[in-house]
Design a protein around this ligand. Structure first.
Ligand SMILES: C[S@@+](CC[C@H](N)C(=O)[O-])C[C@H]1O[C@@H](n2cnc3c(N)ncnc32)[C@H](O)[C@@H]1O
Length: 240
């Protein structure tokens, strides 16, 4: 049986890549950070899975062939990519017709470092845990950090965007939205923490899935050469 060709976009230290490779997918993994890709490659000798790890900009995947992938995944990374519509355009180009793009994002309301916060109010006989949210409608830039290894973090800007932005970007790349999920966190993640009941009610992540149209409409928006819907989308120019 043919192995699934899978691309992990902005792969970080390749934990997700490795899970899919163990399930026998043939995995390519791309990240813009050379140190992060070094960490990803360093895992290979201990558990060889044949992952092709590349340093590259998700917005310009020139080294990857068009229509070569059955699936592209991206875990909590699109928000870290400036002008990520170009990356989504590249996904459209890289997928074979009917291929799928599945990605997760931190929720642009509830999991934004500078614009949302958990709040615990201790009242008489009860405790209320809630979330404050400031600013949602337009894309903006904020400082952020992401975990790149055991206890190691990388500082880089984040670009929170409204959920509609992602749906539009998928459409512009020739992908139809198939899934839109709000997964609940695994219980063990929040064991014993006071915010656990709140987080169960207000999931901090969204998972979206798109499929490239079979008629070859995907791949219109390639490498910044004029994505059709870009004029309709606010760019990541708004600052703090
Ligand atoms: C929050 S981390 C997520 C990493 C990984 N997907 C995970 O779940 O562990 C975001 C990643 O996006 C990468 N990144 C940011 N901009 C990028 C770009 N233009 N092209 C490729 N990767 C990029 C960063 O280097 C970082 O590794």
């Amino acid at each position: 049986m043919r192995r699934l060709e899978l691309l992990d976009l902005a792969c970080g230290n390749s934990s997700l890549s490795r899970r899919f490779a163990r399930e026998s997918a043939r995995v390519s993994a791309v990240d813009a950070s050379a140190p992060v890709v070094r960490l990803a490659r360093a895992r290979e000798p201990k558990e060889p899975l044949g992952i092709r790890s590349l340093v590259g900009d998700a917005r310009r995947l020139d080294r990857l062939e068009s229509g070569g992938f059955d699936v592209v995944v991206s875990d909590t990374a699109l928000r870290d990519i400036r002008d990520a519509d170009r990356a989504v355009g590249e996904v459209g180009r890289g997928l074979r017709p009917s291929g799928r793009f599945v990605f997760s994002i931190c929720h642009p309301c509830f999991d934004v470092r500078s614009r949302s916060a958990g709040e615990i109010e201790y009242r008489a006989f009860t405790t209320v845990v809630s979330r404050k949210v400031r600013r949602y409608r337009e894309p903006y830039e904020e400082p952020a950090s992401c975990k790149v290894g055991d206890g190691a973090f990388q500082e880089s800007p984040g670009f929170p965007r409204p959920l509609s932005w992602y749906v539009t970007a998928l459409g512009d790349a020739g992908l139809v939205v198939e899934r839109f999920e709000a997964p609940a966190p695994r219980p063990e993640r929040f064991d014993g923490r006071p915010q656990a009941p709140f987080v169960a009610e207000v999931p901090l992540h969204r998972v979206l899935g798109g499929r490239r149209l079979a008629d070859g409409a995907g791949g219109r928006a390639v490498s910044g050469r004029g994505a059709p819907g870009r004029a309709r989308r606010a760019r990541d120019t708004a600052r703090r």
